[in-house]
Design a protein around this ligand. Structure first.
Ligand code: PLP
Length: 598
């Protein structure tokens, strides 16, 4: 039975049992039971389920991996980690993350002023804060104030100007400077889809000449004791460990040389993020396992330290995707199947049908597992001929409709009869015969990386998993944009079930959407965030908490700076009082569709 690659991307977080996908935790609720519970409270449209226990799991895993490596190699440096806020800043994600990280002193990384404010507010005093990205004087001043609050904060400079500004702010304010880190522009570049974060022509970091200049400047202004960290980030979702090893060597040598030059408090190498997440339903993309990754980091740094005679550095990581992706699942109701109407009842057969239609009827009635392929091909040929006959005026619209319905029926029946070894052939024809599933969501809002960089996400139905999915599926969202589609890809085919939505509901889950999607999502067509729920467990019982309903239409309009009183007044004037009441109710609902109860 099709398991939708859950063994590849699922990491045992979800399991299939009988016909359903279950959360593999505590009392193992099915996802559909969670969905039903939430929808009973009248939340319709797409849902975003967050699972804080999975954030917890990933943080634990990260620290365990490095603890193991440190023990194995008797490494003397410590391990520290921060969560890069850009990956997900939303409160319903961030609060559980901070709670889960407390016992490790897990910190936060900020890349903008707004993120820095979040870090200053919510980071536990003592847990590290690192600040990356381009900074102006104001941002640097804010970091000094964070230090003043008692935060363990490191400003990682991207260029010499930032260092000059730090020196200025220190002089002007008489505040104690935060620690300083240097972002290295390495020669060795990362791999994967986001490789341009590293490498000699990277947008970020200091060249070796600039590193030496930075060192001199720090020394000259008596700030050398503040230099505590060097940093690099070679890219996201690394699928190979080789570029990291090279970057570690390069940065390890820079670290050792700076210490030997007199950077007395330099003690950490921050290796950025980049731990991979599996998104594919078909094959693993990472060519390493996570323990291997941690072992390589520790082992490489140990060797360089020994070779250069310096203390083994503390290790910082900033993995974001790895920590957050698995914790969120997007669930979308299927609103419609675009050829579902092509049931037998749609036929309008005449007393006397054209010969080719009669043949289609025979094919449909006589098809069996041996003839399935042949009859399917015949039916497609017949359909093409019949369409030509229509163009020439020899058959009418009713005949044409019958031809389309019959061909669909034959293909459906053929697929259900086909044997496994017909698979290649099936692949060839299924492009022609896809079912289009209309989903109540917006790709632009909820899967922006699919739209922007063609990032695939694991997709599976929440139910029907005991039945063979027979339809090659392309997925449509409800925006009026032709990019709002996940087209069928015969290289990585998605098959879904042939369902009758009049009789049953059908929901799709999109997994591993907890990294980047929440905040990159955009309000194309003015669709806003889906309704969000945190799923937590108390005494073995599931609790749906922190329900945050998808934004009301009127609030979306306010967000883009409309004068909502004006809107209301204009509309009010155009209807009588009672009618307006009805309209007002709609204005105060979210913009997702509500057809067929979905
Ligand atoms: C984006 C970013 C990260 C996070 O990368 P992931 O691939 O999500 O782990 C870490 N550090 C820096 C500097 C970043 O810009």
């Amino acid at each position: 039975m099709n398991n939708y690659g859950i063994d590849i991307w699922g990491d045992d977080n979800f399991i299939i049992e009988k016909d359903k996908v279950l959360l593999n935790y505590e009392n193992k609720p099915s996802l559909i039971s969670l969905v039903n519970e939430i929808r009973e409270q009248d939340y319709k449209g797409p849902l975003l389920l967050r699972f804080p226990h999975l954030i917890n799991k990933q943080i634990n895993k990260l620290y365990t991996l490095f603890d193991n490596a440190i023990n194995e190699y008797e490494y003397k440096g410590k391990f520290n980690a921060v969560f890069p806020l850009k990956v997900n800043q939303l409160p319903n994600f961030l609060h559980p993350l901070i709670k889960a990280g407390e016992k490790f002193s897990y910190g936060l990384e900020a890349g903008s002023k707004a993120e820095l404010f979040l870090a200053m507010t919510y980071n536990k005093i003592g847990a590290p804060i690192t600040v990356n990205g381009f900074k102006d004087k104001e941002m640097i001043h804010i970091a000094f104030l964070a230090k003043k609050m008692g935060h363990n904060i490191t400003l990682i400079i991207e260029g010499l100007n930032e260092l000059k500004t730090i020196i200025e702010v220190e002089k002007e304010t008489n505040l104690v400077s935060p620690n300083v880190g240097l972002r290295l522009r390495l020669f060795n570049q990362g791999g994967g889809a986001w490789a341009k974060s590293g490498g000699i022509d990277s947008k970020f970091g200091l060249s070796s000449t600039e590193i030496l200049e930075a060192f001199d400047m720090l020394k000259e202004h008596n700030l050398i004791h503040n230099l505590t960290m060097i940093h690099f980030h070679i890219g996201s979702a690394l699928n190979s460990i080789q570029p990291l090893k090279k970057a570690l060597k390069e940065s390890g040598h820079i670290y050792a040389e700076l210490i030997n030059l007199g950077a007395i408090n330099l003690r950490a190498i921050n290796i950025g993020g980049g731990l991979n997440v599996e998104y594919s339903a078909y094959k693993r993309t990472a060519q390493y396992n996570f323990q291997e990754f941690a072992n390589d980091v520790v082992f490489t740094l140990k060797n360089i330290s020994r070779q250069k005679g310096v203390e083994e550095p503390d290790i910082f990581t900033e993995s974001g995707r790895f920590i957050s992706a698995s914790s969120t699942v997007l669930i979308t109701p299927v609103l419609e199947l675009f050829s579902a109407d092509y049931g037998k009842k749609a036929l309008r057969l005449k007393d006397d049908n054209p010969p080719l239609i009669k043949e289609l009827i025979d094919l449909y009635e006589d098809i069996n597992s041996k003839t399935a392929l042949e009859f399917m091909h015949d039916s497609i040929d017949h359909l093409e001929s019949l369409l030509k006959l229509f163009d020439l005026g020899y058959i009418d619209l009713v005949d044409r409709s019958n031809a389309e319905v019959l061909t669909q029926l034959i293909i459906k029946k053929a697929i259900s009869l086909l044997e496994v070894d017909d698979y290649d052939e099936l692949k060839r024809i299924e492009n022609k015969i896809q079912e289009k599933y209309l989903l109540n969501f917006s790709i632009f809002q909820s899967l922006p990386d699919y739209w922007g960089i063609n990032q695939e996400f694991p997709i599976m139905p929440l139910t029907h998993l005991d039945k063979k999915p027979t339809r090659s599926a392309s997925l449509w969202d409800i925006t009026c944009d032709s990019d709002g589609e996940i087209a069928f890809d015969s290289e990585k085919p998605l098959y879904l079930h042939d369902v009758d939505l009049e009789k049953e509901e059908y929901f799709l889950g999109f997994f591993n959407v907890g990294a980047y999607q929440d905040i990159l999502g955009m309000r194309h067509n003015l669709f806003s965030h889906p309704t969000e729920i945190n799923i937590v467990f108390k005494n073995e019982k599931v609790i749906c908490e922190k329900i945050l309903e998808s934004q009301k239409i009127i609030d979306i309009l306010e967000d883009i700076d409309y004068d909502t009183n004006e809107i209301i007044n204009i509309l009010k004037n155009r209807l009588d009082k009672d009618m307006y009441k009805i309209l007002d109710k709609y204005l105060n609902e979210n913009s997702y569709l509500k057809t067929t109860g979905n």
